[in-house]
Design a protein around this ligand. Structure first.
Ligand SMILES: Nc1ncnc2c1ncn2[C@@H]1O[C@H](COP(=O)(O)OP(=O)(O)OP(=O)(O)O)[C@@H](O)[C@H]1O
Length: 293
């Protein structure tokens, strides 16, 4: 069964903060989703609702039609991998893998051993004695080998160095192709994961900002460079995310759906058009007045 996640008018109050405010979107089908947002945007708060850790203050979260909170059936199908303090974890790597095997029905022991070798994890070492990067790698091994229908990685691979993260991305895409499931990656390393993502949800200050397939989102971003007067004349009615001027040359980043006629007009006018990377788009879309002051 493919997964359907429905977040319907969800708000979450934590202490005196509105961590999430009237958030609504649906994730339909087994895909690799990216959940993006600035620090404090509400990503972990949202994921904690999907993972049954909390209940929304208002609204409903449904995973395949069921509310996750205190629901064992849903909890068995959701694996929330997040960076946690494991300094007191006296279990060994082997023990942690055996534990995961007992509780995850889709566990693939052979795949887990292969991953343990790829990440060079010492099986008999206590988790608390592992480096931060190796602790993260162990989390990633458990997340991948569990093959849980909904697998959430919330910055779980943050402690891993660049070569280890690259092994993670490689394994994730390969294993997902062979065993499609709903994978949610919440990360600040946007450039690194951009090519893995099929759909992106961006939240900003607890509210939904964007929910689009990556190709559509990217097609909406365009950089336009040329003589300042021409750029000004032809972009005055467009949503400009960012502009820069050097002498008489101006460069603007715009966001929106442009008709092909409009695009050819821009090209005919001698302006240089180019794509905007996902990370840049994210930065401009989530920029607020006063940022960087
Ligand atoms: N236990 C808590 N009590 C009170 N407020 C909280 C609690 N946990 C989170 N918050 C607040 O809720 C908001 C959302 O936090 P959250 O951790 O979900 O953001 P995030 O997008 O995951 O951020 P980051 O990228 O920095 O990890 C923030 O304003 C945060 O201060």
């Amino acid at each position: 069964m493919t997964t359907e996640i429905k977040v319907d008018h969800v708000s979450l109050r934590l202490g005196d903060q509105n961590a999430l405010s009237d958030l609504s979107f649906q994730l339909k089908g087994d895909k690799i989703y990216g959940l993006l947002g600035r620090n404090g945007a509400g990503k972990t708060s949202l994921l904690s609702l999907l993972a049954s850790f909390r209940e929304p203050t208002e609204g409903t979260v449904l995973i395949n039609g069921e509310r996750p909170f205190e629901n064992q059936r849903v909890m068995n199908n959701v694996n929330f991998i997040y960076a946690k303090n494991q300094n007191d974890e006296s279990e060994t790597v082997k023990g942690m893998l055996e534990f995961a095997e007992r509780y995850r029905p889709e566990w693939d022991a052979e795949y887990a051993s292969k991953l343990v070798k790829r990440f060079k994890l010492p099986m008999d070492q206590k988790v608390k004695a592992l480096s931060k990067g190796k602790q993260s790698a162990l989390d990633v091994v458990i997340g991948l080998a569990s093959r849980t229908p909904v697998t959430i990685f919330d910055e779980a691979y943050l402690g891993m160095d660049a070569p280890a993260r690259s092994v993670f991305y490689e394994e994730l895409i390969k294993d997902y192709a062979e065993h499609p499931r709903c994978i949610i990656l919440s990360t600040h390393l946007i450039s690194e994961v951009a090519s893995l993502l099929e759909e992106v949800v961006i939240i900003d200050q607890g509210k939904l900002l964007v929910h689009e397939p990556v190709d559509i989102l990217m097609a909406h971003g365009l950089s336009i460079t040329g003589p300042a007067e021409t750029v000004n004349r032809l972009t005055s009615d467009l949503r400009v995310l960012k502009q820069q001027q050097l002498g008489r040359t101006k460069s603007v980043m715009i966001y929106g759906q442009l008709e092909s006629l409009r695009l050819s007009e821009l090209e005919r006018s001698g302006l240089e058009l180019g794509p905007i990377g996902l990370q840049e788009l994210f930065i401009y879309l989530t920029e607020h007045e006063g940022d960087g002051e």
